[in-house]
Design a protein around this ligand. Structure first.
Ligand code: NAP
Length: 288
């Protein structure tokens, strides 16, 4: 599992270096040693917060791996001239962004650097050149992508000197696309593991007014006894982690007790029929 930092600044308690350090210690207690962040998170402010939290405790820093991403540029306070959001995964942009991430995070190497989204206006030769430079210089230990289609992944893979190690995609009982669009088949074929963002559908699992969430909750409550009284969030966590492609589930809760609860699902291996029952419930369609 990984701890996601997209929503950190939504929360006054965890949105400070001390508050975040506390949450990272909880992660370590739970065996979560990966932080997932990105240049753009929190209006380009979250990486600095992560760096400030890690600077408070070298012991915590030494036990955590950092994943960050680059390539999305939106109108923001630092660029008042920008009118339209755009993607830029040209070589120079990727290298500059990674160097900025290194400074903000206060580290010498990024463990895993991802192209955040496919850039429709850049030749894959360019993107590959940037990733190759970053890996060759040691600024980045490994490179991957996020939200890439299978064909975009193939086009970039053919040009990088070291294999891309992951595709970080949306995957949850509320978004099963990677099961059907070839993403997971490609991971099997290449022997890599995907990362799964928004594992509870960004909180849909818990919303009273969400029909798919209500169906999943009812199905999970029916199975709870079979799994020693596991809670709905734990069965949702187990749903993602149980898939044989081995997704690295990125949880996004800012709350300590919810993090502890969700991570409790990591010890559960869902039985085949139960995994299908939960999938059927969330999708609202009979398994054909
Ligand atoms: N690569 C990409 O394009 C991409 C896109 C999106 C996200 N990500 C990554 O994936 C991470 C996770 O995404 P996510 O935050 O959408 O994941 P998530 O874990 O599915 O959703 C988190 C949301 O659910 C709420 N929640 C969690 N447990 C709850 C509970 N028991 N009751 C009520 N609400 C609950 C959280 O609120 P509280 O904080 O109040 O608990 C938060 O608003 C992000 O932080 C980011 O690192 C990557």
């Amino acid at each position: 599992m990984a701890f996601g930092t997209w929503r950190l600044l939504n929360d006054a308690e965890v949105g400070t270096p001390e508050g975040l350090l506390g949450r990272l210690k909880t992660c370590l207690d739970l065996g979560i040693t990966t932080i997932d962040t990105a240049e753009i998170y929190g209006g380009y402010r979250v990486e600095e917060l992560v760096g400030a939290a890690l600077a408070l405790d070298a012991g915590v820093r030494s036990r955590m791996e950092i994943v960050t991403k680059a390539g999305i540029y939106v109108p923001c306070e630092f660029h008042p001239d920008r009118k339209t959001a755009f993607y830029n995964t040209t070589a120079d942009r990727l290298v500059r962004s990674a160097e900025k991430s290194l400074r903000f995070l206060g580290v010498e190497t990024i463990d895993l650097f991802l192209v955040h989204r496919p850039d429709w206006f850049t030749h894959p030769d360019e993107t590959a050149a940037g990733l190759n430079r970053l890996v060759a210089s040691g600024k980045v230990r490994a490179a991957g992508v996020s939200n890439y289609t299978v064909t975009q992944f193939d086009a970039l893979s053919a040009r990088v000197e070291r294999p891309l190690v992951t595709n970080q995609v949306q995957f949850s009982p509320f978004c099963c696309d990677p099961l059907f669009d070839g993403t997971f088949d490609q991971c099997f074929a290449r022997g890599i593991r995907p990362m799964a963002w928004s594992p509870t559908g960004g909180g849909r699992l818990f919303r009273g007014d969400d029909e798919a969430g209500a169906r999943f909750r009812a199905a999970a409550e029916g199975l709870s006894g079979h799994y020693g009284g596991a809670s709905v969030d734990q069965l949702c966590c187990a749903w993602g982690l149980s898939h044989p492609v081995g997704p690295l589930v990125i949880t996004g809760t800012n709350r300590d007790e919810r993090l502890r609860s969700f991570a409790g699902g990591a010890g559960i291996r869902l039985e085949r029929e139960h995994w299908y029952a939960l999938t059927e419930a969330a999708r609202g369609r009979k398994i054909p």
